[in-house]
Design a protein around this ligand. Structure first.
Ligand code: ASP
Length: 331
């Protein structure tokens, strides 16, 4: 016998999303930063700030209740995968995590990416994909009817990292225009550098690229910087940029992209950001890193209030909450 009234399992609100004018993001794949103009960026950043306030106040919400994300990672990840999982769960959704287990899935039996995504879209509402091949996210998006979010395609792009990087610059320094941004390390294979540089083309910034000769920024991206009319210089020496930089964006040398490991050994330890170097930097500037670091930033720098890399990590969750809610038509 029924002794208490049952709550309705769902309300019409759960079935019919409110009409949302979110700059056309509902249902969209997120493949490249070229999809984001300044209006879209400010829309996402506004939603990310709301997510931050909501998390700090009540921890989570039910905005994505009943929605399922597949996290499909063919390359290692700590921050990107776990921040997408945290983002989905804080919004009340759930996750199919294929992040550690690709070797246990049918991918190891030789299943194609196309078949894998066409299978996973039967269970989920959005796929986050990391893959070693440039262009793989676009291929997956071509086959999947649900949104695909590029979480890194080889040395290509890492658009959600660039969004969180730009958001961090904006929140830490209060603006993006007129800043001097120095990128240091592996500019050739570092996909986060490629995406962030392309996003910064929309702003009036000065760019400094610091790398060993063999790890210079790819020519196609450098040409885009020149065509955008930005003030740009390249150097091998971080000492040339430390005094004027507002943002020092440090990256690791991407060992996994080298065919010749002897070449990697030659350039691996070229840059190390130390407290002595930081003593020459501006009082108001920030040091960023997409992480993981493998020696490029000395641990003693972590105590410096200008070290923004762990705050940058946290911003990743807010940006990914905003993006997931947007592509799923809930923000
Ligand atoms: N985590 C970043 C990426 O996946 C940076 C790195 O791996 O060095 O691209």
């Amino acid at each position: 016998m029924l002794t208490q009234s049952l709550e309705p399992v769902f309300s019409p609100d759960d079935l019919i999303p409110p009409p949302i004018n979110n700059n056309g993001l509902t249902g969209r794949d997120i493949i490249s930063v070229s999809q984001f103009d300044r209006d879209k960026l400010s829309y996402i950043f506004g939603r990310a700030r709301e997510m931050r306030d909501m998390v700090n106040c009540i921890g989570g919400a039910g905005l994505l209740k009943g929605r399922v994300l597949t996290c499909l990672f063919y390359e290692p990840s700590t921050r990107t995968s776990s921040s997408f999982i945290a983002a989905m769960e804080r919004l009340g959704g759930s996750v199919i995590p294929i992040t550690q287990g690709v070797q246990f899935s049918s991918i190891s039996k030789g299943e194609t990416l196309a078949d894998t995504v066409r299978t996973l879209e039967q269970y989920s509402d959005v796929i986050v994909l990391r893959h070693p091949e440039e262009g793989a996210a676009q291929t997956a998006a071509d086959y999947a009817a649900i949104p695909v979010i590029n979480a890194g395609d080889g040395p290509g792009e890492h658009p959600t990292q660039a969004l969180l990087d730009l958001f961090t610059i904006r929140e830490e320094l209060g603006r993006v225009d007129s800043l001097k941004v120095a990128m240091v390390g592996d500019l050739r294979y570092g996909r986060t550098v490629h995406s962030l540089t392309r996003l910064l083309l929309q702003y009036d910034v000065s760019l400094r690229f610091v790398s060993p000769e063999i790890l210079r920024l790819p020519l196609t991206i450098m040409n885009q910087v020149i065509d955008a009319g930005l003030n740009v210089r390249e150097t091998h020496d971080v000492a040339d940029v430390i005094e004027n930089a507002d943002v020092l964006y440090v990256t690791r040398v991407q060992k996994e992209r080298f065919n010749d490991l002897a070449q990697y050994e030659e350039v691996r330890d070229q840059y190390e950001i130390t407290p002595d170097l930081m003593a020459r930097a501006k009082a108001k500037m920030i040091v960023m890193h997409p992480l993981p670091r493998v020696g490029e930033i000395h641990y003693a720098v972590d105590q410096d209030p200008r070290a923004a890399y762990f705050r940058q990590v946290r911003n990743g969750m807010y940006i990914r909450m905003a993006l997931l809610a947007a592509v799923l038509g809930r923000a």
